[in-house]
Design a protein around this ligand. Structure first.
Ligand code: PAF
Length: 266
């Protein structure tokens, strides 16, 4: 049965786009979709357009059999797993690019190709599945903001909803890329979440966000992290440093050759 036929018969459809290597963070998103809609569709597609040539497209984990077992266990109704040739045939020429607003800083500075690649694939996936609601993990908070803006700008009539980050007991946010961490840098990586909470506490105590974030960066760099791309407090809706809504604290940092991102709300 086509997904659209479910909607035509009055059922609601939830969609969880993923790049596979599924973990309990994805499990939580699938569960949310199953609670809120009648039919849950999951896609697995490692999107070449969102990786720069020097990034980990080739190494990105692709445990297809384990992913299918995971989806069966989590009772997803449909798996959509297109090939690269289906998504991007040889005559594919469309680009989507962003110029300002939520897509102009943070990840956009350090991974300039990223959101344009995400926008193309997400638009195609949304058009192919055409769900009522599409779910995205809060761990990629800026991605969630950019996708919300994308569907608004392009009048795509699909609700975009975020699902809270799932963490290990240590606080480390679950990520498909955590498999790149060895036991030494895994220990250090657990400090990332602690630092977000330290920064939040300091801001609540009246310390300026600049000072709190500088202190957080210093702490990470002296405790196993090699480089901080950003550690900032931003407006949760506009991602501007001029905070008018709630505050979101966001970090991207490197341990050896592993780049981790995380965020919390104040
Ligand atoms: O967050 C991800 O897994 C990917 O960026 C997404 C949204 C599936 C697009 O490839």
């Amino acid at each position: 049965m086509k997904i659209l036929e479910h909607r035509q018969s009055g059922l609601t459809v939830g969609f969880v786009p993923t790049m596979g290597a599924l973990h309990n963070g994805h499990g939580q998103i699938i569960q949310t979709s199953r609670q809120e809609t009648d039919i849950t569709v999951v896609s697995i597609f490692v999107n070449p357009k969102q990786f720069a040539p020097h990034e980990d497209f080739n190494e990105y984990p692709r445990p297809v059999d384990a992913d299918i077992a995971f989806l069966n266990n989590h009772k997803a109704d449909y798996l959509f797993m297109p090939t690269a040739a289906e998504m991007y045939p040889a005559d594919f020429i469309t680009k989507i690019s962003f110029h300002q607003g939520v897509a102009s800083e943070l990840e956009a500075i350090f991974r300039p190709h990223f959101f344009d690649g995400v926008a193309v694939v997400v638009t195609k996936l949304l058009m192919a599945v055409f769900p009522d609601i599409a779910y995205f993990g809060e761990k990629d908070y800026q991605q969630f903001c950019v996708i919300k803006q994308l569907v608004k700008d392009l009048n795509i009539p699909i609700k975009i909803q975020s699902v809270p980050t799932v963490r290990e007991p240590s606080g480390l946010a679950l990520s498909s890329r955590n498999i790149y961490l060895n036991s030494d840098n895994k220990k250090a990586s657990e400090l990332l979440n602690k630092v977000l909470y330290d920064v939040a506490t300091q801001i609540k105590q009246g310390i300026t966000s600049e000072k709190a974030c500088q202190e957080g960066e210093r702490y990470l760099l002296t405790n196993g992290f090699d480089k901080i791309d950003y550690l900032v407090a931003r407006d949760s809706q506009t991602l501007s440093p001029h905070i008018q809504n709630d505050t979101r604290i966001l970090v991207a940092a490197w341990i050896q050759n592993v780049r981790l991102i995380d965020n919390i709300s104040l």
